[in-house]
Structure formats: C-alpha cells, structure tokens
Design a protein around this ligand. Structure first.
Ligand SMILES: Nc1ncnc2c1ncn2[C@@H]1O[C@H](COP(=O)(O)OP(=O)(O)O)[C@@H](O)[C@H]1O
Ligand SMILES: [Mg+2]
Length: 259
C-alpha cells in the first residue's frame, strides 16, 4: 500500500479538493482507496455524506498516533492507496500523516508570496526525510503565465528554484472543481471529458509514477515508528534557503529551510 499526505500549513490551498480528486481518479484507475481525514473541519466527511456512488472508503483520525497506526493497519485490509487530508496549521495529526506517508504533496497557489508561505511546511517535510512535491493549484487559465516568456509560471518556478519538485500539471481554477465536490463527486466523475478532469487524471499519473519509484512498504515489515517524526513545529517565520540541486525524483533536499 502507498500513502500520500496532503500537507500545507496554509489553509485554502486545495488539500481537500485535490485529495478527493486524486482519490477518485486513482479509484477509476483500479485502486482500492481510503481517504483518511485528519481535518476537524470535515471537508472530506461532508463530501462523502453527499456522495451517492460507491467508494472510496472515508475514515477520520485526528490524533497523530492513532492516524499513523490506522495507516499501518489499512495495509492489511486490501487498501492499495491511502490519501491523508490534513488541516491547515500544524497539528499532531500532520505529524502522524507525515510519519505514515510515502510521499507528501504540498498544494500551493502559484504566486511567489504563496509559495514562500510554504516554508514552514517544507521545513517539516524535509525534516521527515519524505519525498515530496509541490502542486500548483488554482492557477488562472488565461493568465499567460503557463506559457513561456517573462513572468511565466515556468520562469517563476525557476526563479524560486522549485522547478525540480513541481508535480505536473498545474491545476487550473475552474467551477468544475467546486461543483463536483458539492455533488459528492470527483471532478473526473462530474465532467469526465472536461479540462479539469483531464488535469486531475494527468496529475494522478504523475503522482503514481513517483509513488512507483518509492519502494513499496512491506505489509509484513515491522511498523515504522511514529517517534521518528519531527516533534518541533518549524517557526512560522522560517524562510526558504533556495538551493537547487536537481532533485528530479522529487526527493526532499532540493529546497531547504533557512537556519
Ligand atoms: N482548482 C480549483 N478550482 C476551483 N476552486 C478550487 C480549486 N482548488 C480549490 N478550490 C476551492 O478553494 C477553496 C479551498 O480549497 P480546499 O480544498 O478546501 O483547501 P484546503 O483543504 O487546503 O483548505 C474551496 O472553496 C475549493 O472549492
Ligand atoms: Mg481542507
């Protein structure tokens, strides 16, 4: 079983939206999914209540230790992928999610200010030693920043030295994403031929390719220890020390927190 943690200390970046979208896309690709909700706001649980279609399994765990051990147990229940949706801020549950994860996905809106605001999240993920990637979400479809040229998204990513740890594609801001969730659907179910559905499917394929590079945890192996995770909360004022190292596999290490 693989486990993805959606992590971002900043709220409203799209953790829940992308967790649900990816979960449904992965389910459509044949995976047996558990969406594990660690956010007391209950976005995923509320979505599941509105949903009339079968799957994915949704569970909640707000305690890091419980969450960590639940993920270990899910590996023995026929689940092939668990996606943990965490809350903004920093919590014990975030720590548990990172401990359990094979891969951390950090959604961020595409402005330099928003990307810089990921510094504390990045510091924690990096300390955990887990592979990670940013996914740019809620980008403007016709801003011109997707294409080359001055001010393009690619140029900004290069300027911020995160181009090597960017999941692809970036996800455009569209009503389909919101309308799908309000109907208890994944965007690939709501408008299967739509642009948002295509983006989420492609993002799932990108994530799956990275997960496949991460060694498959052995369900019979002794449980990884929750205690190995960083206990300290990175300071809110942590800044990025940008040091591109060409981490093409998305492994932690290409961006480091300063100090
Ligand atoms: N790609 C997108 N297009 C349109 N709306 C989006 C998109 N991603 C997120 N949103 C909206 O942004 C808001 C915050 O998203 P959410 O997934 O709840 O963020 P988080 O879980 O990080 O707090 C929600 O209203 C959601 O519908
Ligand atoms: Mg959320």
């Amino acid at each position: 079983m693989h486990t993805i943690a959606m992590i971002s200390r900043k709220g409203g970046t799209g953790k829940s939206t992308l967790a649900i979208g990816l979960a449904v896309a992965a389910m459509e690709a044949g995976h047996s999914i558990c969406l594990l909700e660690a956010d007391p706001l209950g976005t995923v649980s509320n979505w599941r209540r509105r949903r009339t279609l079968a799957g994915p399994m949704v569970e909640t765990a707000h305690d890091g230790y419980v969450l960590f051990h639940r993920v270990q147990a899910l590996a023995h229940c026929g689940i092939t992928l668990t996606i943990v949706d965490t809350a903004g801020g920093w919590s014990d549950a975030c720590r548990g999610a990172m401990a359990a994860a094979d891969f951390c996905l950090i959604p961020a809106r595409p402005s330099p200010v928003d990307i810089e605001a990921t510094a504390p999240t990045l510091a924690a993920v990096r300390e955990s030693g887990k592979p990670f990637a940013f996914v740019l979400n809620q980008i403007q479809a016709r801003s011109g920043r997707l294409n080359g040229g001055a001010g393009s998204l690619g140029e900004r990513a290069i300027a911020l030295e995160i181009a090597d740890v960017l999941a692809l594609p970036a996800i455009v801001q569209r009503n389909d994403q919101q309308d799908a969730l309000s109907r208890g659907l994944g965007v690939t179910e709501y408008a299967p031929r739509g642009k948002s559905a295509n983006e989420i499917r492609a993002l799932w394929q990108w994530v799956w390719a990275r997960l496949s590079c991460v060694s498959q945890p052995d369900a019979e192996a002794p449980a990884r220890t929750y205690a190995t995770l960083p206990a300290a909360v990175p300071p809110a004022g942590a800044q990025l020390r940008l040091c591109a190292t060409g981490a093409a596999t998305g492994h932690a290490g290409s961006i480091a927190p300063a100090g």
